[in-house]
Design a protein around this ligand. Structure first.
Ligand code: ZN
Ligand code: ZN
Length: 361
């Protein structure tokens, strides 16, 4: 199929004006700003928890939406124009779009962890517009060509999968290990799946919502545990009894951001084990720091994704190791974006994809 022409495409965009107030408007079409950039017609965009948070509250942490901002950052698309210096992609290629662009020059970029770049321009993080738009401009090396057996819908799920890849790398999972994942939302589910791909043999998904646990069981978890209203120590003991590992598990990933889950994590991990904080919740909590100390736990944060993570996410889908399609509850037309946001907000869906404004569904 021939790639669409820029002149024939709309650049209709889904814009957050202020909390709970969104509009659609035709924005000027982007142009190539460097010979190393490509223009991509956006095909599908997944709704993320962070998009919902901006929609409801207009801010996350110290990022405030001051001016109207286009939402969305989990997108796939089709290359419609490539700069003269681009050799890795050509017009018509289908790509997963990595939506954050680091400066490439600072200490953190040079040290190999560009996700920590202080100059990062990340889609739908103020003041930068997001990808719920018709045409997106990006450096070619941040667009990953999808193999023929990976659909554009799957391509939109590479972003949350890359988040999970980064978290599991931080957890240094090796074959045969035991892993507990707190939270069975999209990122928690994907962490369980990536841990499985890394060879973990016992994978426990923990949540408070039974339907999420039922889904987790059919996705990647070997065990599921429904958190009880008991102490973190008791929840930890129940989890360890369930998997028959009284000394604790090798790694615990928190993909919930919830204080009781984080507390339970530290009582679930074994002596010398690893704990990774991937979920974002309250900025300050009560933390069982004595357990961290006495067990010599390695504690790490995880933020977005860095070198190699997006490419590995594409490989995991292409080789059938992670079936991201299962997470898609619905795909809706661009005009239904606001309804889709409401659906996700109500917790009625795992992942909803919004088709690009030029995409017929
Ligand atoms: Zn996201
Ligand atoms: Zn930088």
């Amino acid at each position: 199929m021939a790639a669409p022409k820029k002149d024939d495409l709309s650049n209709l965009s889904f814009i957050l004006n202020k909390p709970n107030e969104v509009t659609f408007s035709e924005r000027p079409k982007p142009t190539l700003s460097s010979p190393h950039d490509v223009l991509v017609a956006v095909n599908y965009t997944g709704i993320c928890g962070s998009d919902i948070h901006y929609y409801l509250h207009g801010a996350i942490g110290h990022f405030f939406v001051k001016d109207p901002m286009v939402l969305g950052h989990e997108s796939s698309g089709t290359v419609i124009e490539a700069g003269e210096g681009v050799s890795s992609l050509k017009v018509g290629d289908r790509v997963a779009i990595e939506p954050g662009y680091p400066c490439r020059r600072c200490h953190d970029c040079r040290a190999g962890h560009y996700n920590l770049c202080p100059e990062m321009a990340f889609a739908a993080t103020p003041p930068y517009d997001g990808t719920l738009t018709g045409i997106w401009s990006a450096p070619a090396d941040f667009c990953y060509k999808l193999p023929d057996n990976v659909s554009l819908q799957e391509g939109a799920l590479i972003e949350p999968l890359a988040v999970a890849v980064h978290i599991v790398k931080q957890a240094t999972i090796t074959p045969g290990q035991s892993v507990v994942v707190m939270g069975a939302g999209p990122v928690g589910l994907l962490c369980a799946a990536v841990a499985k791909a890394y060879g973990a043999s016992k994978i426990v998904s923990v949540d408070i919502v039974q339907s999420k646990l039922d889904f987790a069981k059919g996705f990647a978890a070997t065990h599921t545990y429904s958190s009880q209203r008991v102490s973190p120590e008791e929840n930890a003991k129940n989890i360890l009894d369930l998997v028959g590992l009284p000394r604790g598990v090798d790694a615990v990933i928190d993909a919930s951001g919830a204080e009781p889950s984080i507390q339970t994590s530290l009582h679930t991990v074994r002596m010398g084990g690893t704990y990774v904080q991937g979920g974002m919740g309250k900025p300050d909590i009560n933390f069982p720091i004595m357990a961290l100390c006495l067990k010599e736990v390695t504690a790490k944060g995880s933020f977005r994704y860095g070198a190699g993570d997006y490419q590995l996410a594409v490989e995991l889908v292409a080789t059938g190791k992670v079936d991201v399609k299962k997470l898609v509850t619905a795909t809706v037309a661009f005009e239904k974006a606001e309804e889709a946001f409401k659906k996700v907000k109500e917790g009625e869906a795992i992942k909803v994809l919004i088709a690009g404004p030029n995409e017929k569904i």
